[in-house]
Design a protein around this ligand. Sequence first.
Ligand code: HEC
Length: 132
Amino acid sequence: MSVKLAREFVGTLVIAIALLSAGACSKPGPQTAESKAVATGGKLYAANCASCHNPTNPNLPGSVGPPIAGASPDLIADRVLHRSYPPGYKPKRNTHLMKEMPWLAPNIGDLAAFLAYGAKNDSAGASSEANK
Ligand code: HEC
């Protein structure tokens, strides 16, 4: 192998490894963490929220609760942990039917991930209307 060919070969190899490892690191990492949070949030939603909020599509109203797809982590934390709202937030309802669920404190991020995912993947196409 000439020196020039050898350099080209090494150069190609370096690029190939860089591409491979970039693919390996950047793709599954964050996606896996996010889809894990969405899955955990979905289970918690089914167990703790779906009796009042819509059990199949959080973009739609439930039996007593309003649509909550896309709710921010702050809103979820205030509502679920303290029965309050973030400063300046205009609630969808003026009732106070929802109770505190302090055991969900470690999982606010999971619930937010699930509700964000629900807003992005709205099969009923309701989010634009329901969440105004
Ligand atoms: C007992 C029924 C009930 C359960 C269970 C319940 N909610 Fe609610 N939720 C409501 C009702 C009703 C409202 C409207 C305000 C009120 O009356 O408390 C509401 C309001 C909200 C809001 C504010 C919506 C807005 O934009 O004004 C959020 C966010 C929310 N719920 C999230 C949740 C989450 C997350 C869970 C599960 C961890 C949950 N709720 C469980 C009934 C419920």
